[in-house]
Write a protein that binds this ligand. Structure first.
Ligand code: SAM
Length: 436
């Protein structure tokens, strides 16, 4: 059987995704895994790009089409969005190819009556795309108005633009050297042998950036557990907790274990890290990661962090609460996150964060250290949680890591840091350190 043209596959995936937005991360991985080579990276680029830029794309289409995007048939809507995305953002794809392929899909899907409409509208957009003006930051950056409003209130318009600009970039791939198995220099040598290009250093000692396409997870060095992919801001969390060899650590929201395995490496695999999660299937992910990275001190444990575990009261030297959050700082990686959250969702998630903090405090020994972190940029989930921790009797504690100059100015109270994504081109993160 002849394979479907790649753009038809993409249009169908986008149409299916619109029916069920929760589908993106898991299902997309499955769909993309069935494609190969160039098709796979093209599909990845167009699907992620079309989702990320949806607000801007819809605005443009509405300027040129008599039928508003909302009223279009789902498949037509997907074809229009993905085609406009290619016209605007993919320099290497000729506009004629984009438009002809869109028209072909219409004929193939027995919608020839709309082929002329698609052809005419796309040609008009192509001709006039450089003269389009945008009515707001929200449309320009394709980030919903409620998020922009919050950021303008918190940071002012200039910083908001920098945040949006940074979150609109492609995510860079940052590697954490697994120091349990290899040094950073030796790892670079291994990666070069595998044809993986090394880019710049990160500010976290074990980090550096690489240039590569999809499929790095199939490389021998990855399988051997010599490294893992982790954003530098996420690595910073481990350094702010600064676990010591032999300590007993609780990671309350551990899956899939990115930070848990980092903690174990910082402890040189001596001591104990209890890595919990509320979802049973995720415990397996923690254990799989721990096994691949060769650490033996992690105990994957099913535990709802909102429910007290009596045996743990007063038992831990340090607790990490890397809380579930609205995730607005990781839009680069998860472009759909901007459409799935709203103010109500933030209120609900904030209640969970407070409930988790209530329990976290109990598990600390006297004088123990708690680190609270999120990958978001909202006051309730970040700065207000510092106030909440203090109400629970915790004291702020200074960050034991030599930060780069541009981040030093973001440290408050000598104890918590808001990492705005443009400062070091990382994800947006919040990290606070407390002492009991
Ligand atoms: C931000 S993610 C953790 C990421 C992880 N620390 C890492 O670095 O790989 C938050 C995690 O909290 C978990 N979670 C959500 N509610 C929870 C609860 N009530 N108790 C424990 N874990 C919970 C989610 O399943 C999710 O895996």
């Amino acid at each position: 059987m002849k394979a479907k043209p790649i753009r038809e596959v993409i249009a169908q995936i986008l149409t299916d995704l619109e029916k069920d937005e929760t589908y993106l991360q898991l299902a997309l991985k499955k769909e993309l895994d069935q494609l190969e080579g160039k098709d796979k990276s093209f599909a990845n680029e167009v699907i992620y790009g079309t989702i990320k830029w949806r607000l801007r794309l819809d605005y443009i289409i509405n300027q040129f089409s008599k039928t508003p995007v909302k009223k279009m048939k789902p498949l037509v809507r997907s074809i229009m969005r993905m085609s406009v995305y290619q016209l605007l953002f993919l320099d290497k794809v000729p506009a004629s190819a984009v438009i002809n392929e869109a028209v072909k899909i219409m004929h193939k899907r027995k919608m020839s009556n709309l082929a002329g409409f698609i052809n005419g509208t796309l040609r008009n957009i192509e001709r006039q795309k450089d003269t389009i003006t945008y009515p707001s930051l929200s449309v320009y950056y394709s980030i919903p108005e409620w998020i922009i409003d919050r950021w303008v209130e918190a940071y002012g318009e200039e910083k908001t633009k920098l945040i949006c600009e940074s979150l609109s970039q492609r995510a860079k791939i940052c590697i954490r050297t697994n120091t349990l198995k290899i040094t950073k220099e030796a790892l670079k040598g291994e990666l070069e042998k595998e044809g993986i290009e090394i880019l710049e250093e990160g500010f976290v000692p074990e980090s550096f950036y690489i240039k590569t396409g999809l499929g790095i997870h199939h490389s021998p060095s990855y399988k051997a557990g010599l490294w893992t992919v982790q954003d530098e801001s996420a690595m910073l969390v481990g350094h702010v907790l600064a676990p010591l060899k032999g300590e007993r650590i609780l990671d309350m929201c551990s899956a899939p274990g990115g930070k848990t395995t980092h903690l174990a490496a910082l402890m040189e695999n001596e001591g104990e890290v209890v890595g919990c999660d509320v979802h049973e299937h995720k415990i397996e992910l923690i254990e799989k990661n721990a096994t691949r990275l060769g650490t033996t001190i992690i105990k994957g444990t099913l535990q709802n962090g909102l429910v007290e575990c009596k045996e743990w009261v007063g038992q831990f030297d340090k607790v990490l609460l890397d809380a579930p959050c609205s995730g607005l700082g990781i839009m680069k990686r998860k472009p759909d996150i901007r459409y799935t959250k709203d103010d109500t969702a933030i209120k609900e998630i904030n209640e969970i964060q407070k409930g988790l903090m209530d329990q976290a405090v109990k598990y600390l020994k006297e004088d123990g250290i708690l680190v609270y972190s999120t990958c978001t940029l909202t006051r309730e989930e970040n700065q207000d949680m510092v106030i909440y921790a203090k109400e629970l009797g915790l004291k702020t504690d200074s960050i034991p890591f030599n930060l780069p100059e541009c981040l030093k100015s973001e440290v408050h109270d000598n104890a918590y840091i808001e990492i705005l994504p443009y400062l070091e081109e990382t994800d947006g993160f919040f990290i606070a350190r407390f002492r009991k």
